[in-house]
Design a protein around this ligand. Structure first.
Ligand SMILES: Nc1ncnc2c1ncn2[C@@H]1O[C@H](COP(=O)(O)OP(=O)(O)OP(=O)(O)O)[C@@H](O)[C@H]1O
Ligand SMILES: [Mg+2]
Ligand SMILES: [Zn+2]
Length: 290
């Protein structure tokens, strides 16, 4: 054994450890690359603001793509508030290792992986710094046995922080981003940042979905614009991105989400399903044209 260059001690393991880590890192990088090579399109769902419906859009988009016969994976990288397990009725499920990786969970025909499946307790508060989050997202992308996928849909937490940045960097060639917003000025301001974020990272933007855009009272059919409405139209024109349509506030979306059966998969809630279909049709055109 050669001596350590830092302390010149023959028994020091620093040099040896560094070499081992490099091998481990090299292997993980190889694994990441071979995993990503099997995925045709990588779609990232983003928003500058929290609670605007990113996870709802991601889950319903993934289910819609599955229904069209595509092979689809859904990855939830929201370290502090993973919602995908709840939205798909997979809370409390844990993952199993297989070979040198882990198998995703299955919801219908959809392959699902969430940071939430790694947590012992769903009430656990995760206190991780940037590098730890980067490591977990890298590990998920490298070790999940997705197999061949037409689409991987990634549900990101709000903002332009560690998780979206790690996701974009690790995926390398993101096919496109779907940006979700609500109509009020406060959200639109944050969405401009998401657009700039994608542009800085050279990720194409499929377009913006305006969610929670007005509410039609089921009793008198009067429309109430709770968060205002249509505000994203001017913003998208100004920023030069496509507007993919609007989804109204629909109480059945909340119920379906809490029940773990996304609207797109439900046999009830026809009008809500149609609202998603119209938006996703426009989005599919963008996805297929890119
Ligand atoms: N169009 C809609 N109508 C009614 N409720 C909705 C609609 N879209 C989303 N919701 C509800 O709003 C809540 C927040 O949605 P969701 O978790 O998808 O947002 P998010 O942007 O992913 O939040 P976070 O920033 O915490 O990740 C959920 O309870 C969801 O069911
Ligand atoms: Mg979410
Ligand atoms: Zn009314």
């Amino acid at each position: 054994m050669s001596s350590c260059s830092s302390c010149h001690d023959k028994t020091c393991s620093a040099k040896e450890k560094q070499e081992t880590e490099t091998v481990a890192e090299f292997e993980q990088r190889q694994r990441l690359q071979s995993n990503l090579c099997r995925i045709k399109d990588k779609i990232v769902v983003l928003s500058g603001k929290g609670g605007v419906g990113k996870s709802t859009v991601a889950v319903n988009l993934a289910q819609t793509l599955t229904q069209k016969g595509y092979k689809v994976g859904l990855l939830d990288v929201d370290v502090h508030g993973p919602s995908v397990p709840t939205l798909l009725g997979l809370s409390g499920h844990s993952i199993r290792g297989s070979g040198d990786g882990v198998d995703p969970l299955i919801a219908g025909d959809l392959k699902v992986m969430s940071v939430g499946f790694l947590l012992q307790d769903e009430n656990e508060a995760v206190i991780w710094r940037g590098p730890a989050k980067y490591g977990v997202i890298k590990q998920l992308l490298a070790t999940v046995n997705w197999g061949h996928l037409d689409y991987l849909v990634v549900d990101c937490p709000p903002g332009t922080g560690d998780e979206p940045l790690a996701t974009m960097e690790l995926l390398g060639d993101v096919s496109g981003a779907v940006i979700v917003t609500t109509p009020q000025d406060l959200a639109l301001c944050d969405v401009r940042r998401s657009i700039t974020f994608c542009r800085r990272l050279s990720a194409p933007i499929y377009g913006v979905i305006e969610n929670m855009s007005g509410f039609v009272c089921p009793h008198c059919l009067e429309r109430i614009d709770i968060f205002k409405s249509g505000g994203s139209l001017d913003m998208t024109q100004e920023m030069g991105v496509k507007h993919l349509g609007s989804l109204p506030i629909m109480p059945e979306v909340v119920r379906a989400g809490d029940a773990g059966t996304p609207i797109s998969q439900s046999s009830q809630h026809e009008s809500a399903r149609e609202a998603f279909e119209i938006v996703f049709k426009k989005l599919m055109t963008e996805i297929e044209e890119h």
